[in-house]
Design a protein around this ligand. Structure first.
Ligand code: ZN
Length: 283
């Protein structure tokens, strides 16, 4: 088994400080948190920007400021969201990559949010927009992280491969446990079923993201399967039942401890760049 790598999803688009006051929102908080996650063993940091009031923003200037602050501290791989969040248009979502990250998320398929206050809003990703996002990332040398929430979204992955819009190795993040229409429950069966239905290609690298209360169990299952994983407050604001996470670094540190107990080695950011074929020189 090769080394596995860990992504820290620090902020997200839906969580607020009212839910967990330790959520990093402003560039200095995000950079500090990213550095702490790097020190604990995370190789990639997944970012969502907020404005001065903590409201979701796609302003590339804010992303740039976050990048510069992170780069002043460490060489963790920077991955910006293009999934954005409620009330952002497709163009706004894509504008985050004007800040020139090494990686960016690329959502497959379309879903509907089910929980208040965003109940009924859509995560819209028709195939032609997925293609446009992939093309723009490819032109900028940005590695896409294809987010797949149910097996029908593998159709969109295969479409990008067939149209030669993404390069090997294909990086797929299997996301389970999200409370969206189109999402799957956070169970081992969901994860195993997704893996069973995934494109049977040699050049696919999988990551596992589990939203909500089964985050630790399912990301640990990912490790047992030799897969990479994502943790962080975007996906789960708790450390354990009823106990809020003190920081994203605390969640990274726990997964690193478990990985070591399982006899797994954790890849550094540079080793992860080699695994994913990232050669982009940022900033
Ligand atoms: Zn995200």
């Amino acid at each position: 088994m090769g080394k596995i790598f860990i992504t820290a999803a620090l902020t997200g688009g839906l969580i607020t400080k009212a839910q967990n006051p330790n959520l990093p929102e402003q560039p200095d908080e995000i950079a500090e948190d990213a550095h702490r996650c790097f020190n604990e063993g995370a190789a990639i940091v997944h970012l969502h920007a907020r404005d001065k009031n903590g409201k979701l923003s796609s302003d590339p200037k804010i992303y740039k400021e976050i990048h510069e602050r992170i780069r002043a501290k460490c060489d963790i791989i920077i991955q910006d969201t293009t999934g954005g969040g409620p009330h952002l248009s497709l163009d706004e979502r894509l504008s985050s990559i004007e800040a020139n990250p090494e990686m960016a998320s690329l959502n497959m398929g379309t879903m509907t949010r089910l929980l208040e206050p965003y109940k009924g809003t859509m995560q819209i990703n028709p195939p032609w927009e997925i293609e446009r996002f992939a093309k723009t990332m490819s032109e900028k040398g940005i590695k896409p992280e294809m987010e797949v929430y149910n097996p029908s979204m593998f159709v969109d992955v295969n479409n990008l491969i067939e149209r030669n819009l993404i390069k090997k190795p294909y990086y797929i993040n299997l996301v389970i446990g999200i409370r969206f229409q189109g999402g799957l429950p956070g169970t081992p069966k969901s994860l195993l079923m997704m893996l069973d239905q995934a494109p049977a290609l040699r050049d696919v690298i999988f990551n596992v993201t589990a939203i909500g209360k089964t985050q630790i169990q399912l990301t640990t299952l990912a490790m047992v399967l030799g897969l990479n994983l994502r943790v962080g407050m975007e996906d789960n604001i708790y450390y354990s039942k009823g106990v809020l996470a003190k920081s994203n670094a605390q969640l990274v540190a726990r997964s690193v401890r478990i990985a070591r107990e399982l006899g797994l080695e954790i890849a550094s950011p540079q080793e992860t760049r080699e695994i994913l074929g990232i050669s982009k020189n940022t900033q």
